[in-house]
Structure formats: C-alpha cells, structure tokens
Ligand binder design. Structure first.
Ligand code: IPM
Ligand code: MN
Length: 355
C-alpha cells in the first residue's frame, strides 16, 4: 500500500471549515484506492502570528517540507491587517511560496454546466469556458527589490530576469501543448520595460513550440476580453500581479470565486489552495463554499500524487452534486434545489465518491 504524507495548513477565517471538507473528500477517495494519506497539520497566517508570533514559524517550514504536498485553506483577516508587513499573514504565504520555489501557479477556470446561471455574465458568453491562467508566482512586483515605504514616499519594483520569464513561459507552453494549443501572453509592453523583456523572451520560447499559437495582449484589454469573450482564451500566461488580478475576475466568469482551485509548483513540493481569501466576514457560520478547496485537493491528487483517476472521481462528484441542485449560499440564487451548509456540501460530495 502506497503512503503519502500531506501537510495541512488551515490558516484563518473560513480556512479551517473548508479544509475539513476537503479532507473528508480525500478520505472518501482513498478508501477506494490502494493508498493512504497521513495528514500533518501546521500553523500559518494570522493563527501562527497569535500562537508563534510570526506568520510562517520555523516549525511550519521544517514540518511541511517533510511531506509530499501541501493543502492550504486561506489566510488573513482584519485582526492582523495593522501589523508591520513582516508579521502580516500574507507575508507568511509569500515566504512559503518562495521557500518552495513554487513559481508556476496554475488556476483553471471552468464553468460547470449546472452553474451557467450563477455567473453575472450572460449564458451565451460563458457556456463552454475552459481556460487556465498560468501565473508567475515567485517574482515580479511582489518580490522585487528595492521596495520601501516612508512617510512621504513609497515604491515597489517590478522586475523579471530572462531566466524567470523563460521558465514560466516553458510551463505555459507545455500546458498549452496538452490542451487546445493556444496561449495568450498578457503584459503591459506599451508602457513597461519589464513587459518588453517578457514579450521578447516569450517569443523566443515560442520558437520551440511551433504547434502552439501565441498571441500577446495588454493587461487592460485582457481584463475586458475576459468578460467580453472568455471562451476565446485557452492558456493565459502572465506575471505575478496581473495574474492575481485576472484570476479574481475569472472567478466571476465561473459564477463564484468559491469555485476556483489552484496549484503552485516549481522545484520543490506542490502547494494547493483555493484562489479565494479567508472571508473573515462569513467565518464560523457554516456557509462558506468548500468546492474550491475540494477541487484543489483534486489537483493535488493529479499533479503531486499522479492519481488522475482519483482526481477525476472528485471532479465528477462535484459536478453531480451541483447537477442535483445542492448549493452553498454564494451560488444559491440560481436553480438551487437545496441550500446546504459547508459541512453538508462536503458530505454530499464525499457520498457521491463512495457510491
Ligand atoms: C492569491 C492571494 C494572495 C496573492 C495574497 C493572499 C497574498 O490574493 O493567492 O491570489 O496576492 O497572491
Ligand atoms: Mn488573489
């Protein structure tokens, strides 16, 4: 019997509730398969600040690195917003991504047929949307030096090296080659030098992928096209900040940001987390949507444990549950048969796996 070690980082806000449901679903899949998952919990974000005085304690770093992958809930909340930057929950997550060398952030955006009406966009616009945002995750303005804030002036640096652009471009082209062979690189090359280099390097990489068609788009236009005609995208390749912004926008294409999973990979083990935040306003009410985290667990099974069969089981269980009309509150306005709690949603999905 194969054994996997999985680090669990619940984080803050709704993090703990949604992680419990993902574990429920992972357990339902593993009893049907010839492997076992050992869960090892560690602290990150605001809860780590409260318990250890920092958002990514040494114990957590050493602890997670002993595992085959990491599943995370979400971090952050008003309680920690006023702390100095290094102590804020977000710094813990950014540091973790950096330590893992997780420069490839994959954010698939697929519209479930049952939820076509849940998007604020028209049915005709979103039917059949199936794209992936490939976001560079350990560089750009998030990490660029120098950076400083004084009383009268503050600045950040958007910087990319040729090597950083090349490796994320290769990841994007490889993915596109295995999909619909279309990649759109998003930048702001009409204004930014860093984008000029981005474009140049992406074009060089494209020479090795003649089967993939490449286009370039300025980020402002991309933001518009994403709601005007999201079906026109297959793979979007972009930098850290632009990818952050466009993926929240893409969340509304799918109906709710509570539906979108992500994987972050690079040189080390993979980190899987929903793209949404910790939603402190709805924490502990049992109304959060666990689907983005459950789908992140599905990505984990496929990418880190190479169990595509199990991953597919989760995705079909989620589809089935939505087709039956079960909805958490965020997606309940449209064709809901029954509005269910976070826990019920997890149990129904897990139940479909065991059938
Ligand atoms: C995300 C989040 C993070 C980011 C925050 C929490 C640091 O918004 O994963 O999209 O900006 O990358
Ligand atoms: Mn974000």
């Amino acid at each position: 019997m194969q054994n996997y070690n999985l680090a669990i980082l619940r984080g803050d806000g709704i993090g703990s509730e949604i992680i419990s449901e993902a574990i429920k679903v992972l357990d339902a899949v593993s009893v049907l398969s010839n492997y076992e998952i050992n869960y090892n919990e560690h602290c990150i974000g605001g809860s780590a600040v409260d318990n250890y005085g920092e958002p990514l304690p040494r114990e957590t770093i050493d602890g997670v690195l002993q595992n085959d992958a990491i599943l995370m809930g979400a971090i952050g909340g008003p309680k920690w917003e006023k702390l100095e930057k290094a102590k804020r929950p977000e710094s813990g997550l950014l540091k973790l991504r950096e330590i893992l060398g997780a420069y490839i952030n994959i954010r698939p955006v697929k519209v479930f047929d049952a939820l076509i009406d849940a998007s604020p966009l028209k049915k005709e616009i979103i039917t059949g949307v199936d794209m992936v945002i490939v976001r560079e995750l350990t560089g750009g303005i998030y990490f660029g030096q120098p950076r400083e804030k004084t009383v009268d002036k503050a600045y950040n640096t958007m910087v990319y090296t040729r090597e950083e652009i090349k490796r994320i471009a290769i990841a994007g082209f490889e993915l596109a080659r295995n999909r619909n062979k279309k990649i759109c690189s998003v930048d702001k090359a009409n204004v930014l030098e860093v984008s000029e280099l981005w474009r140049e390097v992406v074009e060089e990489v494209a020479n090795n992928y003649e089967d993939v068609s490449l286009s370039h788009m300025y980020v402002d236009n991309a933001a518009m096209q994403l709601v005007r005609d999201p079906k026109s995208f297959d793979v979007i390749l972009t930098s850290n900040l632009f990818g952050d912004i466009l993926s929240d926008e893409a969340g509304m294409v799918s109906g709710s940001i509570g539906l979108l999973p992500s994987s972050s990979r690079g040189d080390g083990i993979g980190l899987y987390e929903p793209i949404h935040g910790s939603a402190p306003d709805i924490a502990d009410q049992g109304i959060a949507n666990p689907i983005a985290t459950i789908l992140s667990a599905a990505m984990l099974l496929k990418e880190s444990f190479k169990r595509d069969d199990c991953s597919k089981k989760i995705i079909s269980a989620v589809s089935k549950t939505l087709e039956e009309g079960y909805r958490t509150k965020d997606i309940a306005m449209f064709n809901a048969k029954e509005v269910v709690s976070t826990e019920e949603m997890g149990s129904i999905i897990a139940g479909h796996i065991s059938e």
